[in-house]
Design a protein around this ligand. Structure first.
Ligand SMILES: C[S@@+](CC[C@H](N)C(=O)[O-])C[C@H]1O[C@@H](n2cnc3c(N)ncnc32)[C@H](O)[C@@H]1O
Length: 373
């Protein structure tokens, strides 16, 4: 049954105004929002009063006071979502348009371990941090509510993770950033794009304006942030292509090549790890690290101290980096092959994993071409 018409009726009673847009089911992206007429740049297309927010302030006192202080705001919202009886909740119509637990299948947190083991290094690190945060929140929630089923809590936690907005309200200023996480009906149906509509909170509402002209039927999206695809995959369960903010972490490529002594020097100078390339360049940290493989200590120090621009060593650095990246492409192809042929996990999980590795391959290939130019 399609719950969208009911949501729209309910939204009207809450003072939510949609102008020239409507939610719609879209292949491969759940529900999104499309233009129902041609839109002009700067048209106000959505207004959601702040009175509709679900936030730390709408969590019932009985729940808040039972939970330990150290639980994160996300954990608090997740507990509230997990404990509510959907048939009697004041949010039942809103909830009925939200993703089901099955809709989260593509999120790596829910993949089998054998598939998680094939994630690119940077995504694996993000996943480990996410798992640790979920485990802490889940332990805190189950200590307070022993009957709370773990899968229900995880579902609430993922809803909060994928659908909250940062609400910089003066009233919430005393709170840490995280305390300003809010859920907003209808606005939570906007999908992500590398450039999206303009969004802002005014005193009374969240306002979305068209960032450009849209044709009737075109999807209208917002930008969740300038995120690379490892982040989008781990946090939201999708990758974007093209994505101008995409990048690839090179620690797995560079760190194994460095001697212990050079690692210590890099550590001392604050340059150990976090090496990255994007579609335009390899980062300065990478330039510093690769110079340890072809410069003497004195020359390297001068480069790090900014006394030497590194022109003399640049060709050698480019050559070495191109060689390392060229070799790494074998690992990338192996991962694509493994993701494509394994029987582990679901089709959508394997396909997302393989697609991420293909994106990385394209980024790396373009970088090698540039370095060899
Ligand atoms: C805030 S919700 C947006 C509404 C969502 N599509 C729904 O069905 O409720 C964020 C989720 O939407 C999906 N999503 C957002 N942008 C997407 C995109 N560009 N491509 C594919 N899926 C996207 C992801 O599943 C993400 O976790």
């Amino acid at each position: 049954m399609d719950h969208i018409p009911k949501l729209l009726d309910w939204a009207e009673t809450k003072g939510i105004k949609l102008d020239g847009i409507s939610p719609k089911r879209l292949a491969g992206r759940g529900v999104g929002v499309v233009a129902t007429r041609d839109l002009k740049t700067d048209d106000i297309i959505l207004e959601v009063p702040t009175s509709c927010h679900r936030s730390i302030d709408t969590v019932p006192k009985t729940v808040r006071s039972t939970l330990p202080k150290e639980i994160s705001v996300q954990g608090l919202l997740a507990t509230d979502l997990a404990l509510e009886d959907s048939s009697t909740s004041q949010y039942s119509i809103w909830n009925s348009v939200c993703p089901t637990p099955e809709d989260f299948t593509s999120i790596p947190l829910l993949w089998p371990q054998a598939l998680q083991a094939l994630l690119p290094g940077p995504a694996a690190k993000l996943l480990a941090a996410q798992q640790a945060k979920l485990a802490r929140d889940c332990a805190a929630a189950s200590a307070a509510f022993p009957d709370l089923a773990e899968d229900r809590f995880r579902y609430g936690w993922l809803l909060a993770n994928t659908r909250t907005f940062f609400y910089p309200s003066p009233a919430l200023k005393r709170r840490q950033n995280e305390g300003r996480m809010v859920l907003q009906p209808v606005a939570d149906l906007l999908n992500h794009a590398e450039e999206g509509c303009n969004v802002a909170f005014d005193a009374k509402s969240f306002v979305v304006r068209a960032n450009r002209e849209y044709e009737e039927g075109e999807e209208v999206r917002i930008c969740y942030g300038r995120h690379g695809c490892d982040f989008l995959m781990v946090e939201y369960g999708f990758v974007l292509d093209p994505n101008r903010w995409d990048e690839f972490g090179l620690d797995d490529v560079i760190l194994p090549k460095l001697t212990r002594q050079w690692k210590e020097r890099l550590e001392d100078r604050g340059f150990l790890g976090r090496y990255v390339l994007d579609r335009e360049q390899v980062c300065y940290r990478t330039q510093v690290a690769v110079r340890t493989l072809c410069c003497g200590v004195g020359e390297w120090m001068r480069f790090v101290d900014g006394e030497d621009g590194g022109e003399e060593s640049q060709d050698m650095v480019n050559e070495l980096l191109a060689e390392m990246l060229g070799k790494y492409r074998k690992t990338i192809r192996k991962r694509i092959d493994e993701a494509t042929h394994t029987q582990e996990g679901e089709e959508c999980q394997r396909e997302l994993l393989a697609e991420r590795w293909r994106q990385i391959d394209r980024l790396v290939e373009a970088t090698v071409d540039r370095l060899q130019d």
